[in-house]
Design a protein around this ligand. Structure first.
Ligand code: SAH
Length: 371
């Protein structure tokens, strides 16, 4: 039956090899050929795979498929940023954003339908959480963007970087995010170097330790506040994993991975976390460490109570950090005319969370709700 066909998109290489051996009695190199077709050439149709024997293609057709999410809408910003809404079911959608720059092209992908982390300044949080994306749905975002952009791995490629900075908390969907990242790194997959795949997390400490052992990618951490009191308000997971615990996990990650540095994201909220004293506190936390700060001007969305810090406040904040020996850069806002900027991705989410982290959860026993 067609519905029993296995989706090959996102199958890790060893599993694809096992599949072709066990289900089709074929040699492992067939799996490698399939990967090249799926990821390098963006094939979705076995019939088009001209270097595979006709019989083998027919066999594949019977037991396998390459199935990608459907694009509902595409929007293109005045600055060239593109945003796609992808259908997850009848009523729900997630968003993927492509950000072209002169020296690179970054694809920002989602990991969940909605998010349960409940950060007070994020549009996705307002929508609540529905479910994790599957490996195929995560990898499918790259597959689709590559098709839409007419791109392919190799010289002159358009997607040079992938960031898990869209909707969702990637480490809360660890089980599917890690295999997807392996496909991004695999030379028969999207063939990106580990510095060009960035996972951004709000700070799920146990999963950072796990990731350190299992997958080598760049790490970005949504810090947003220099002390626990403020971070508890802005990023409620901080009540379970406070700043010192989070930073310890970060330095451990760098040690184990032999990474260059960790990027800390810091959203600039007018009158909340943008005073020079906050910058000095941050500098004390990060001094002497392999850390970079990325200051993100707050992007407004309907219903938010926050305002963006003034340009002068952001520049001063950066200068105070730089004066204290901390590398800080200001993230240029991209795609805000199509609500594609950081924190503006809302998609369409039917909230299924019983307990929202920010409002009710305080004890660590309850952390199960975000798994
Ligand atoms: N859940 C992960 C991945 C999201 S990455 C994480 O928290 O890291 C998106 C980045 O944009 C995060 O640093 C997030 O905190 C930040 N962000 C969220 N809302 C924002 C807003 N309204 N304006 C600017 N940045 C925002």
């Amino acid at each position: 039956m067609a519905s029993d066909r296995v989706n090959l998109l996102g199958l890790p290489r060893p599993e694809l090899e096992a599949f072709v051996a066990e289900r089709l009695g074929a040699k492992p190199f067939r799996a490698r050929q399939l990967m090249k077709w799926i990821y390098r050439r963006g094939a979705a149709d076995f019939a088009a795979m001209s270097d595979l024997a006709k019989d083998f293609r027919a066999q594949l057709e019977a037991v396998a498929k390459i199935s990608v999410p459907e694009i509902v809408t595409e929007q293109v910003s005045a600055d060239g940023t593109r945003k796609w809404m992808l259908r997850m079911d009848e009523v729900q959608g997630i968003e993927t954003v492509y950000i072209p720059e002169p020296d690179r092209g970054t694809l920002c992908i989602s990991s969940q339908v909605g998010c349960a982390m409940d950060c007070s300044f994020c549009a996705t949080a307002q929508q609540g959480f529905n479910r994790n994306l599957s490996v195929a749905e995560i990898v499918g975002q790259v597959w689709l963007a590559q098709r839409e952009l007419g791109d392919a791995p190799g010289e002159g490629r358009k997607i040079t970087n992938i960031v898990l900075m869209g909707m969702g908390e990637p480490l809360a969907n660890y089980r599917n995010v890690v295999p997807a990242m392996r496909i991004f790194l695999d030379d028969l997959g999207y063939d990106l170097s580990r510095r060009r795949v960035t996972l951004s997390t709000s700070g799920l400490v146990p999963q950072i330790y796990k990731l350190a052992e299992e997958c080598n990618v760049a790490l970005a951490v949504s810090l947003h506040a220099p002390n626990d009191e403020l971070r508890n308000e802005l990023v409620p997971i901080n009540r379970i994993h406070p700043i010192d615990e989070l930073l310890k996990a970060c330095w451990h990650y760098l040690d184990v991975q032999n990474g260059r540095s960790i990027t800390f994201e810091y959203v600039m909220l007018d009158g909340i976390n943008d005073r020079p004293e906050h910058a000095r506190q941050l500098a004390r936390l990060l001094r002497g460490r392999a850390a970079k700060l990325n200051l993100i001007p707050f992007n407004v969305f309907p219903g938010t109570r926050y305002k963006r810090s003034s340009a002068a406040a952001i520049l001063l904040f950066r200068d105070v950090l730089n004066d204290h020996g901390i590398i800080a850069t200001i993230r240029r806002t991209r795609g805000d005319d199509i609500d594609a900027a950081c924190g503006q991705l809302a998609g369409k989410v039917t909230d299924r969370t019983l307990v929202r982290l920010g409002k009710k959860l305080v004890s660590s026993e309850s952390s199960a709700v975000i798994r």
